[in-house]
Design a protein around this ligand. Structure first.
Ligand SMILES: NC(=O)c1ccc[n+]([C@@H]2O[C@H](COP(=O)([O-])OP(=O)(O)OC[C@H]3O[C@@H](n4cnc5c(N)ncnc54)[C@H](OP(=O)(O)O)[C@@H]3O)[C@@H](O)[C@H]2O)c1
Length: 273
């Protein structure tokens, strides 16, 4: 597994982690596939994808419960666990309560990273970020960050912080959605903010692409692996595809321990711009 520094923290995290949207259900909980979800997360961790991305919103909390069960056999210090607070809970006390609920469902004492899932213009960001800093002070999360924030919003969030930095902005980024390359990605590089790319496979669309399959073949890799490798070739980008199919999990874990050559990175970039 390839590792990258998280923001400017000095902490190294896997370039490819595990996504958990639709593990434990979709918008609401569905316990019928808990076994599959638990096996998927465990297999991913065993293969080196020790960063797990979840959120209170996923399956209305049940994704966190499935992750909590999945991580029980592992040493906590080997994992990097990320969760997110939903925009309905961005008032000061609500942030603190939401984090407690997430910790309870995950069965852990401290998150590695806690993100504001989406901005909420109804609630002053200063109030939300003060609560995020309070969680760090209380030892409930090691690092804080944001998700779905544009440059102006990240700048505002960073300006609200007194003792911490924004370490991550989690945003959609894949070969079919490259908007962030104009402003947000350069801004994050300059400010030492790690970009966590979500929808790395365009929710599965990317894997059917013949051109990518052709490039991947040169390295004995699949289209999905080429798409993920292209993403993490950007210096401050990490990602977390979601997969329950064991073959997909193996491919995703094997998407990071090799590098597309410059000429192939360029071919891919120009094909999908
Ligand atoms: N912050 C946010 O607002 C936000 C929004 C969306 C997502 N996210 C996070 O980002 C994660 C990733 O996004 P996503 O789950 O929506 O989409 P995704 O990872 O782009 O795609 C997931 C789909 O791709 C399939 N897949 C995975 N690996 C594959 C492979 N190697 N070959 C072929 N197919 C493969 C999966 O199938 P199987 O499951 O059948 O294996 C699943 O259908 C989420 O799980 C979540 O943690 C965050």
């Amino acid at each position: 597994m390839k590792y990258k520094q998280l923001g400017d923290t000095g902490v190294e995290v896997p370039a490819v982690g595990i996504g958990t949207w639709e593990i434990g259900g979709g918008i609401s909980p569905d316990t019928s596939k808990d076994g599959e979800g638990i096996r998927a997360v465990r297999k991913g961790v065993e293969l080196g994808m020790t960063l797990i991305d979840t959120a209170e919103k996923y399956a209305d909390g049940h994704a966190e419960e499935v992750v909590g069960e999945a991580i029980r056999p592992f040493s906590r210090s080997d994992l990097f666990i990320v969760s997110k607070v939903w925009p309905d809970h961005l008032k000061y006390d609500e942030v603190l309560k939401a984090a407690e609920r997430s910790l309870g469902r995950l069965g852990i004492d401290c998150l590695d990273l806690y993100l504001v899932h989406h901005p909420n213009p109804e609630i002053p960001l200063e109030e939300t970020m003060a609560a995020m800093e309070e969680l760090v002070r209380q030892g409930k999360t090691r690092y804080i960050g944001v998700s779905n924030f544009d440059v102006a919003q990240v700048t505002e969030a960073a300006g609200c912080l007194k003792n911490n930095r924004i370490t991550v902005n989690q945003v959609p980024y894949n070969l079919m959605q490259r908007d962030i390359e104009k402003e947000l990605l350069p801004y994050c590089v300059e400010n030492h903010i790690t970009v966590m790319a979500y929808w790395p496979l365009s929710r599965g669309e990317m894997v059917k692409d013949e051109f990518l399959a052709g490039i991947g073949k040169k390295y004995g890799k699949t289209a999905a692996q080429a798409a993920v490798n292209w993403l993490i070739s950007h210096e401050n980008v990490i990602t977390m595809p979601k997969a329950v199919n064991p073959e997909h999990i193996e491919q995703n874990a094997g998407a990071a321990d090799w590098e597309l050559r410059d000429e192939d990175l360029e071919l891919i970039s120009s094909r999908f711009q």
